[in-house]
Design a protein around this ligand. Structure first.
Ligand SMILES: [Fe+2]
Length: 397
């Protein structure tokens, strides 16, 4: 594998937009981080397994060709006009690239840019977006349009998706519709699992860094480092959480808080929501894992599932606690709105029923800025600073 040093992605959202979508030409390009600086996974979909090649180049580094591995899943009820799609993945450093094969045709050439230094500075913070509960209907496209506006303004580095991605609900061609919209880091939601726990679309269409982070769960739970953040994706749809607990305990124990002072989790079902819809849906998971998060001084958690926006104050076991994570419910990705609220608990800082996306900036080891932005014009509709003590990196146990 070729390595050119730290990789900061700033144009990732643009790569899917211009992909040719007819015949066997690759389509639905999607990128993923691996947790290793200088590595990237690219996936795409074609109808024939005639070859899966990535050609790429960067200034001063020559031209390279990488062969990927195709995989296919089969669902009996899923028939043409789309045949069972292929997912091609390989890892490489890239600046300009195209994917495909001479027999089937090539995608357009795409690019993304790099930054010189992996550690952020106040002038050049780590930036990422958050979205959840998206789908392919009108509201989702509005949110996507808002994120593209934000990309032009802010040049964010990556995006995390808290689950309920395409709303395929087992209907495979919904994945094909959705795949033309987005590339990003994903966690699984309940609508990836239906019906009858059919999760093949989620498992085969993404290539999250599960193995790289010591897991064996497919894409279900994993972690990766990026800049000064350690990012953790969990599976809130699990029947029990013992396997995740064991993996999470190992994962948190190896975090170097000098290198990655921030720990941020994302998954689907919220641990703290005061919306009437899906009330208590994350309680079992919270009971199993919350102490681990608190003991290891996790900073922030982003979830979805409930179709609204809610931000909490730092909270642990239902009580305000300055040393605990604060929680975002961001299920406002465009697939309907849940606008019925219960009484506001003391930990609930902001509640909104509006489509939008979240935007995180990590300026240094101590200052995190969160904004929730409207889908229509990326205007700020909620914001908060999280300022942590510089000496917080010792765990309690
Ligand atoms: Fe959900």
């Amino acid at each position: 594998m070729h390595s050119c040093g730290p990789l900061w992605m700033s144009l990732a959202l643009l790569v899917f937009a211009a992909t040719v979508g007819a015949g066997d030409v690759p389509e639905q390009l999607r990128l993923a981080l691996t947790g290793v600086n200088g590595e990237m996974v690219v996936g795409w979909t074609t109808q024939l397994d005639a070859g899966s090649t990535v050609e790429y180049t960067c200034d001063g580094c020559g031209h390279f060709t990488v062969e990927g591995n195709a995989s296919r899943y089969s669902i009996p009820a899923y028939t043409p006009p789309y045949t069972s799609p292929l997912l091609h993945c390989t890892a490489f450093v890239l600046y300009s690239y195209r994917v495909g094969h001479s027999k089937t045709g090539w995608s357009w050439t795409h690019q993304f840019m790099t930054k010189a230094d992996v550690q952020p500075t106040p002038d050049s913070p780590l930036r990422f977006l958050s979205i959840g509960d998206e789908g392919t209907i009108k509201g989702a496209k509005e949110v996507l349009a808002g994120m593209l506006v934000a990309q032009e303004k802010f040049h964010f580095d990556f995006l995390v998706h808290g689950g309920d991605i395409s709303y395929a609900n087992g209907i495979q061609d919904i994945w094909d519709q959705w795949g033309q919209l987005v590339p990003w880091m994903v966690s699984v939601g309940n609508h990836e699992m239906r019906p009858n726990q059919t999760d093949a679309g989620f498992l085969y269409r993404f290539a999250m860094p599960t193995a790289q982070s010591g897991g064996e769960s497919g894409n279900m739970y994993y972690s990766f480092d990026y800049g000064n953040a350690h990012m953790i994706a969990l599976e809130s749809e699990a029947q029990n959480f013992s396997a995740q607990y064991d993996w999470l305990k190992r994962d948190l124990a190896q975090v170097n808080r000098t290198v990655t002072p921030w720990i941020i989790g994302f998954w689907h079902r919220p641990w703290y929501s005061s919306n009437v819809e899906h009330a208590g849906s994350g309680d079992v998971m919270r009971g199993a894992l919350e102490a681990l998060f608190f003991d290891n001084r996790v900073d922030m958690v982003i979830t979805g599932h409930v179709h609204c926006y809610e931000r909490t104050l730092p909270v642990y076991q239902g009580a305000l606690n300055d040393e605990a994570p604060f929680y975002i419910t961001n299920g406002a990705g465009g697939n309907g709105m849940d606008d019925t609220w219960g009484d506001a608990p003391e930990w609930s800082a902001k509640r909104l029923a509006a489509y939008g996306f979240g935007y995180v900036e990590l300026f240094n080891a101590t200052h995190l800025h969160w904004t929730m932005r409207s889908s229509s014009d990326s205007a700020v509709i909620d914001e908060a600073w999280l300022v942590r003590p510089a000496d917080r990196f010792q765990t309690r146990r």
